[in-house]
Each structure stands twice: as structure tokens, then as C-alpha cells.
Design a protein around this ligand. Structure first.
Ligand SMILES: Nc1ncnc2c1ncn2[C@@H]1O[C@H](COP(=O)(O)OP(=O)(O)O)[C@@H](O)[C@H]1O
Ligand SMILES: [Mg+2]
Length: 286
């Protein structure tokens, strides 16, 4: 790679941002980060996956989309990211005023860490900066900061095969943060992790969110995870996914182990579970 970067790499760096720009318009001076209006998605197969969905997310808000498998959660995130186009409706994102090369409006954390096995942690995190051709010295400092944020500074030279599942997911999170996005979209990022690791990542994600002031849209099918993390939980219906119910989690407790074992938390989980039940109705084996 390096100087002789393959053609595909250069093409991708040109295509990615413009792909996003082509389907979204900007929200003029407003405190909203994301606004979807009447968004539907019907795939070529004829499957209507989503909507109509109306959703507004405040800048700096932590929102979870909670729903059963197949209800259109990933479709919704991909549409917000500009990775898929809506069949109808509009997507608006807040104006992104950082001009720095390799600074993106959106960071996406996928369900799988999707790391390059042949590259070490540092080079995996470098990828989006490389695609955007950010200057190397700037990139090094940004990678270091992102690894620090996810607690992996000491593992910069390690390879994915040397990392636990939780650490791989931290690398994936660092790779999303390195572009300093305004909006972080997370698609069931911790679903495959054991419970203790998931709890630790939940806590670390919350402290990152408090420190970095990102807008987070977090997809999960776990009631417990959504209530623990979010300021607002949006319960989606069965496919085609729409908003079934919405809960504001106004906890006085700082989120931590105290909150996780509190009566207040249990009461929210009960309410949200109750609202989610109809979304599972009719699903065989659910
Ligand atoms: N690329 C695609 N082509 C055709 N159908 C798809 C595609 N992606 C998802 N679907 C279908 O759309 C529905 C919603 O999928 P998805 O958004 O992945 O749901 P979730 O993330 O909530 O599990 C499912 O029925 C799925 O099979
Ligand atoms: Mg999904």
C-alpha cells in the first residue's frame, strides 16, 4: 500500500462521503442531529423491511432502537448512515462543521468487529483515515487518542487473533471514533459478548458518551441493555419496523452497578418488556 495505493482505495475515498451526501439533506440550525420523516424501505425481493418511520434524535442524545430480529433495525441504521437508500421519505442530518480530512459525520460500529486479520490494531484503526488520505502525522496522533479512549493503548501492535472478543469490539469502536464523528451508529455491537464483558463495555461506552458528547443511536434486542444505556428507548414493532412505544429513562442515579441493581431499573425494564411483547407476537419459537 503506501504510495502505490491501489486504485480501489482511492475510488472508495471519493465515493464514501459523496454517497452519504447524495441521499441526505442537512438540518438547518436546530438541536436535532437526525430526523427521519416517513422513511420506508422495500427491498428488491419485495420484503417491506421498514416503516413508515418518523424519528428525531437530539444532538448529544443516547437513543436505543429496540426490537425483535428482522424488524428492520439494521436497515434503519444503514439508511441513516447513507449505506442504503430509503424507498420513500426523507433523511436529514445536522450540519457537520469539521473540515478536517478524515473527519466524518457518522461513525458506524457493526455487529461483528470486521477487523483485517493481517493488520495490527493500529493499522485497523488507521483504515478510515487512510481511505480519506489524512496526513500521516495527524493520523498517528488520532489513532493513539482513539486507542486511549477505548483502553487499548498498550495493544496497538497486537493482531486481532491475539485479542479477546471484547477487545476486538473495542478496536472496532476506536476505528469509528478515530474519524471524530458527530453521530455514532451502533448495530448490536455487544450481542456476541459474555455478560460480564458486555457490562464493562456498556459502562465504558457510557463514560465515552459523557466525555465526547456524541449523538448515539444504539440498536439492540436486549431490554436490559437498552434501559441501562439510554436516555430514550424506542420500541419497534415487528416488520415492517415502526415506532411502537417510546420511553424516557429519567434516572436520578448515575448509571453504574447501583443503577443496574436498583428497583427503578427493574421497573423500567418491566415496562419496556411489556411494550415489546406485541412485537414478538406471532413469531414462531420466539
Ligand atoms: N439486503 C437485503 N435484501 C433483501 N432483504 C433484506 C436485506 N436486508 C435485510 N432484509 C430483510 O429485511 C428485514 C429487516 O432486516 P434487518 O434490517 O436486518 O432487521 P434487524 O436488524 O432488525 O434484524 C428482514 O426480513 C430481512 O430479511
Ligand atoms: Mg440487525
Amino acid at each position: 500500500m503506501g504510495r502505490g495505493a491501489p486504485r480501489g482505495t482511492i475510488a472508495l475515498s471519493k465515493i464514501q462521503p459523496s454517497m452519504v451526501e447524495s441521499i441526505v439533506s442537512e438540518i438547518a440550525a436546530s438541536s436535532s442531529a437526525v430526523r427521519l420523516r416517513g422513511v420506508t424501505k422495500t427491498y428488491d425481493s419485495g420484503v417491506m423491511a421498514l416503516g413508515p418511520l418518523d424519528l428525531e434524535v437530539r444532538q448529544g442524545e443516547f437513543v436505543s432502537l429496540l426490537g425483535p430480529s428482522g424488524c428492520g433495525k439494521s436497515t434503519a441504521l444503514r439508511i441513516i448512515a447513507g449505506l442504503a437508500t430509503p424507498s420513500t421519505g426523507t433523511v436529514e442530518l445536522a450540519h457537520h462543521d469539521v473540515e478536517r480530512r478524515g473527519s466524518h459525520r457518522i461513525g458506524f460500529v457493526f455487529q461483528e468487529p470486521t477487523l483485517m486479520p493481517w493488520a495490527n490494531v493500529r493499522d485497523n484503526v488507521r483504515l478510515p483515515l487512510k481511505l480519506a488520505r489524512a496526513p500521516a502525522t495527524d493520523a498517528d496522533a488520532r489513532i493513539e487518542a482513539a486507542l486511549d479512549q477505548v483502553g487499548l493503548a498498550e495493544f496497538a501492535g497486537a493482531y486481532p487473533r491475539e485479542l479477546s472478543g471484547g477487545m476486538k469490539m473495542r478496536v472496532s469502536l476506536a476505528r469509528a471514533l478515530v474519524t471524530d464523528p458527530d453521530i455514532l451508529l451502533m448495530d448490536e455491537p455487544f450481542a456476541a459478548l459474555d455478560e460480564i464483558t458486555r457490562f464493562r463495555l456498556n459502562n465504558d461506552l457510557l463514560s465515552l458518551w459523557r466525555d465526547l458528547h456524541k449523538t448515539v443511536i444504539f440498536v439492540t434486542h436486549s431490554v436490559f441493555e437498552s434501559v441501562y444505556l439510554s436516555e430514550r428507548v424506542i420500541v419497534m414493532t415487528a416488520r415492517p419496523g415502526r415506532i411502537g412505544a417510546e420511553f424516557h429513562i429519567n434516572s436520578a442515579e448515575p448509571r453504574g452497578e447501583e443503577f443496574r441493581t436498583s428497583a427503578e431499573y427493574a421497573a423500567y425494564c418491566r415496562e419496556v418488556s411489556h411494550a415489546l411483547a406485541p412485537s414478538y407476537a406471532g413469531q414462531a419459537g420466539a
